[in-house]
Design a protein around this ligand. Sequence first.
Ligand code: 5GP
Length: 120
Amino acid sequence: MSYDTHNIFAKILKGDIPFEALYQDEFAVAFPDINPRAKVHVLVIPTGPYVSSEDFHARARDAEIVGYYRALDKVLEILNLKGNSGYRLLSNSGKDAKQEVPHFHTHIFAGQDLGPMLCV
Ligand code: 5GP
């Protein structure tokens, strides 16, 4: 699947759509989800054009991959989630996972009892 440069996160990265940056560096940007499914629901996206986790891990440079996961860890720190009552990281990839936005991202859910891992 080729990268759609008009997807909503591409527009956020270009500055075409306003967003509340919780964290931003060369490799990643983090902002609250527009439709939160938990008390804390934050998205962390790489700054590069990757469709999904498999695309990111296949095509990104090692520095981008390390930079992205270090940024994700910093966001956990900013949200004061490390060493506390817990959180969930989730990345949807493809049709079965109902990935909505074709730009790789990790959801951070926290701030409450998150219930079972899957409700299918
Ligand atoms: P996915 O299903 O692709 O894993 O999740 C995409 C997420 O992006 C959804 O939770 C959706 O609410 C969120 N989202 C979609 N459009 C926007 C937007 O314009 N701004 C923000 N902050 N989140 C968005």
